[in-house]
Design a protein around this ligand. Structure first.
Ligand code: F0G
Length: 436
């Protein structure tokens, strides 16, 4: 594939500046707008579908990756020195209990928590860290609510790059912090929230030897957009009527928007799904903008127990807005109780996700989608990412940021038994389980 078909392009309608693919930029150097990576090439969609299927039987590490398998749509040459952990290839599950809960027979869950570090971030990180190495960066950095940190730390370790991460002190789950430390990243805990960390890291990234890989970096979006390709392929190129994603920094919704747009433009699909973004009620600047699209107003003090999406100043909101508008989607909010209950229901399907991911099922229940329509919810992180939350929900001790104690509506706390006093024989166990 000829290399020069790719370039960077400012999305601001009154700017539209173009830059070389390898210009080390995060935003437009002319107007500060967000950058997209664009391609100028027609494709043979039927031949590509077949090639991508054939690669599923290949042992080439790039073909084993659910991201690089679609490399005809990635801005790298064929001989790129790819940094991969075998990301992507995540399951698309039927989920009968969640479907019942949402009164929607055709609900499926795309579990991005099944990626190597347990979240969807890996699909973008493989592309961003590959680009970092290509540009000769020595240090890769990000601000994070936890998952980007875990993912970057792992990919930086694979690429043998130094890695520094800035997180809001006390607001990142132990599991995510543990991952970043274990993979050898230098972690800085900062007083403040994610948005404080993001501002700090953007200043740091002005230095030439540093490469920023938050989702403002368009290479992250390129990797993440392939999830749309994988999903479309799993559905035999019949896309669902609706795609529901959680919204935090709004990179993921932007990436789905770009992925589906490119698939449509290339003739690989016939229509785009309506993209709906779900935010937690206490951290919902994008939902407020959707209701009143005059000015985008940041949330100074975002609050939610879904710590992954506790973000008040999402950097990619213009791209996410484009995705919602182009596809006829929407942006809604859900309460802490709704998130917690939806999470428990997803768990009962034997799937399990972290709280931020459960905003999707909570949102779908509220959306009043016609039961004939097909819906895919994207679960962004694994249940083991935040086990404190799970245990507290089930034993009834989960407290929302405002101080309200959440109901353990679908609670399942451990039964304390003394073997000698309560459990003498099988009948005792059956009595406890209420089976005859
Ligand atoms: N779900 C999970 C599990 C996340 O970790 C994030 C973001 C989101 C949803 C929201 O995705 O930001 O693309 O809108 N986590 C980032 C992090 C911010 O630092 O790990 P988004």
């Amino acid at each position: 594939m000829p290399y020069r078909t790719y370039y960077q392009h400012c999305i601001a309608p009154d700017c539209g500046a173009e830059f070389d693919l390898d210009a080390r930029l995060y935003v437009c150097s002319r107007c500060g707008g967000l950058l997209d990576i664009e391609r100028r090439e027609k494709v043979d969609s039927a031949a590509l579908r077949e090639l991508w299927m054939q690669r599923r039987a290949s042992f080439d590490p790039r073909d084993r990756s659910g991201v690089w398998r679609f490399r005809e749509f990635l801005p790298f040459t064929d001989d790129a020195d790819v940094v991969s952990l075998g990301e992507g290839n995540t399951p698309l599950y039927d989920a009968p209990r969640s479907a019942d809960y949402c009164h929607l027979p055709q609900l499926k869950l795309k579990h991005q928590g099944c990626n190597p570090t347990g979240s969807f971030k890996d699909t973008g990180m493989t592309a961003a860290v590959t680009q970092a190495r290509k540009l000769g960066a020595r240090l890769v950095v990000c601000a994070s609510t936890g998952n980007t940190a875990a993912s970057l730390a792992a990919y930086a370790a694979r690429a043998d790059l130094l890695c520094a991460i800035v997180v809001p002190s006390g607001h990142v789950s132990h599991a995510k912090l543990a991952q970043a430390l274990d993979y050898g990243a230098k972690v800085f805990e900062v007083d403040g929230n994610f948005d404080t960390c993001m501002n700090l890291i953007r200043e740091l990234a002005e230095d030439e030897s540093v490469y920023l890989v938050n989702s403002i970096n368009p290479f992250r979006i390129e990797g993440q957009k392939t999830v749309a390709f994988e999903l479309a392929e799993q559905l035999e190129w019949q896309v669902p009527d609706h795609l529901i994603v959680p919204g935090g920094n709004l990179g993921n919704s932007s990436a789905f928007g770009k992925g589906f747009r490119e698939l449509l433009e290339s003739g690989l699909i016939k229509k785009q799904p309506r993209i709906t973004v779900v935010q937690a009620e206490g951290a919902a600047p994008f939902a407020r903008f959707y209701s009143n699209p005059e000015h985008f107003v940041n949330d100074e003090h975002p609050q939610t127990l879904a710590s992954a999406i506790k973000i008040g100043a999402p950097v990619s909101w213009q791209k996410a807005w484009r995705a919602v508008q182009e596809t006829g989607g929407s942006v809604i909010t859900v309460t802490e109780q709704e998130i917690a209950d939806a999470k428990a229901i997803i768990g009962r399907d034997g799937i399990g996700c972290e709280p931020a991911s459960a905003t999707t099922v909570a949102g779908i229940r509220k959306l009043k989608i016609n039961e004939n329509e097909s819906v895919v919810a994207v679960l962004t992180g694994h249940v083991l990412k935040d086990t404190d939350y799970v245990i507290k929900y089930h034993d009834g001790s989960l407290v929302a940021p405002g101080g309200e104690k959440l109901a353990s509506s679908f609670g399942n706390s451990p039964v304390r038994v003394s073997f000698s006093q309560d459990l003498h024989d099988l009948q005792d166990l059956k009595d406890i389980l209420k089976i005859q």
